[in-house]
Design a protein around this ligand. Structure first.
Ligand code: HEM
Ligand SMILES: *[C@@H]1O[C@H](CO)[C@@H](O)[C@H](O)[C@H]1NC(C)=O
Length: 496
């Protein structure tokens, strides 16, 4: 975390020498390789910058698709490009994507830029490899699996969503509110912490950390990035307090002083932190904090964005909103005022599940994943050379008219069995949560959060956009202005 101090005096020299270096290596290495290995065709753009600027400017508009469409048209579904400082093989092909996702550790490894690794922390799940990664991935899975969701998390989600919606009136910044909900839930799931002024202070720092992730591709030149690194230190300090406190509790209870333990804490906690403290790995506080910070990152921004975008798509598609509301009013009609949702309620939301799937398909919150080839990988008559970056684009497949009819419109009805275009292998064409060894451990949790949020939103409120707000796709999919809406309580509508 000390890497931020030395940039300012030599920003320019550093930049220029990087430029020269990469210009040279560009010419020497890539020209030669292109012949020998049968690289997929493509264009490397201008030295150092490659096609990064074209990519960014396309993804900052409402219609980023032409960046991919043009290249697929010219070169086919797998092509080479040069983005974010490196030559990269770009795949828009579901079978190649599958090979990449399932080739974890055999064909490819994870690969994040150093700036991202510093923010995540080196002991995060996202950066782990090999057998440690396998163990920790399945531990993380076990904290979001259906039985935990059913027995614990659903209750917390329901309570936290209702608690947050209670204060809504008039103008609401939807993305901001959604972020509060997902953060509070993550703190509860990971560390059994209920919302308080303290958690809200941590969240404010946390927001600064997240902003650091959006400074790609030139973080070193950005004050936002430096601020993010500082904020990360503060978040880590706050979480270490919790970890130390909990370690003491564990030691007291394992020393068998039952009475003292009972007095101190009524119930043994059954959360992610407990599992990390109890594991055979003997993790240090620093390792545990890194692990928790990365889980917060992975679960917080993605899910709140999907909530916001679902509401935007529904607002723009009134028929879908009406059908969704009908489904949830029926569930509400069978329950008492203020009664919590149960698992059986969650399981009787078929249209909601279509809306969730379609939101994740169109929004592509994680548009694809970067990997590095650790061996030569033959694909479609070409070779991805060892050492090269690969980008498996989910977005390109989700937006492909060959796999989804009218792929570029939001149409939740397509998920009702009769409307689906069945692909040869549907599992490969729809991958909002990735797949293989790094399949998102939060995939079911995110679906439940989104469904419960929509339930309480549509049964309580009607709304319209307070301002025009547009989608942008860089650095991630989001709306430009946090999607401000004007809300009205539905019971007031009826009284009026
Ligand atoms: C709509 C919401 C979400 C989306 C679209 C999403 C998407 C993804 C995707 C595509 C990956 C794979 C990344 C890769 O292969 O490199 C991933 C990984 C991950 N996700 Fe999610 N996710 C969501 C919500 C969550 C939640 C709620 C959690 C909380 C538990 C979570 C935790 C993680 C973690 C820890 C990883 C890393 C797994 C690994 O590297 O082994 N995600 N997510
Ligand atoms: C939604 O997508 C998942 C795959 O992520 C699939 O298993 C499920 O059947 C889909 N739901 C609907 C209603 O089509």
């Amino acid at each position: 975390m000390t890497t931020t101090t030395h940039y300012h005096y030599s920003d320019e020299t550093l930049f220029i020498s990087l430029l020269c270096l990469s210009f040279l290596s560009f010419i020497l290495i890539h020209r030669r390789r292109a012949r020998r290995h049968g690289l997929p065709p493509g264009s490397q753009g201008i030295p150092f910058v490659g096609e990064t600027l074209q990519l960014i400017s396309a993804y900052k508009t409402e219609n980023p698709e032409p960046f991919i469409d043009e290249r697929v048209g010219r070169y086919g579904p797998v092509f080479t490009t040069h983005v974010f400082g490196e030559p990269t093989v770009f795949s828009t092909d579901p079978d190649v994507n599958r090979l990449i996702l399932h080739g974890e550790g055999k064909l490819v490894d994870v690969s994040y830029p150093g700036s991202i690794s510093n923010l995540l922390g080196k002991h995060s799940l996202l950066l782990m490899k090999g057998s440690l990664h396998k163990r920790m991935h399945s531990l993380t899975m076990s904290f979001s699996n259906p039985s935990i969701l059913k027995d614990h998390l659903l209750f917390d989600i329901d309570r936290l969503v209702r608690r947050n919606l209670r204060s809504w009136s008039d103008r609401v910044l939807l993305m901001e509110e959604a972020k509060k909900i997902t953060f509070e839930l993550a703190m509860k799931q990971l560390m059994s912490l209920d919302p308080s002024e303290w958690t809200e202070r941590v969240r404010k720092e946390y927001v600064l950390v997240i902003e650091g992730f959006f400074t790609v591709p030139l973080p070193l030149f950005s004050t936002t990035y430096r601020r993010a690194i500082q904020a990360r230190t503060k978040v880590a300090e706050a979480l270490s307090l919790v970890v130390r406190e909990r370690r003491k509790e564990v030691e007291v209870s394992s020393a068998g002083r039952e009475e003292e333990k009972d007095k101190k804490k009524k119930k043994k906690k059954n959360d992610m932190l407990a599992a990390l403290l109890a594991g055979d790995e003997g993790f240090s506080d620093e390792q545990i904090v890194d692990f928790l910070v990365a889980l917060l990152v992975a679960g917080y921004e993605t899910t709140s964005t999907s909530m916001t975008l679902a509401v935007k798509f529904l607002t723009d598609t009134p028929l879908a909103l009406a059908q969704l509301r009908e489904e949830h009013d029926q569930i509400r009609a069978k329950k008492k005022e203020g009664e919590a949702l149960e698992w059986s309620d969650y399981k009787s939301m078929p249209f909601t599940q279509c809306v969730v799937n379609e939101t994740l398909r169109v929004a592509n919150i994680i548009g694809g994943v970067f990997r590095r080839a650790i061996t030569d990988i033959p694909v479609k008559g070409y070779v991805i050379p060892k050492g090269w970056k690969v980008f498996a684009s989910f977005r390109a497949v989700h937006m492909d008219q060959d796999h989804f009819k009218d792929a570029r419109t939001f149409n939740p009805w397509r998920w009702q069995v009769n409307y689906i275009i069945r692909a040869a292998s549907p599992g490969n064409v729809y991958t909002p949560f990735g797949g293989g060894g790094r399949l998102c451990p939060g995939y079911e949790l995110a679906r439940v959060e989104l469904s419960v949020f929509l339930h309480h939103l549509v049964t309580r409120f009607s709304w319209e956009p307070a301002e025009e707000d547009k989608l942008v796709f860089f650095p991630t999919t989001r709306t430009q202005k946090q999607y401000p809406i004007n809300v009205r309580r539905r019971d007031q509508d009826q009284a009026a």
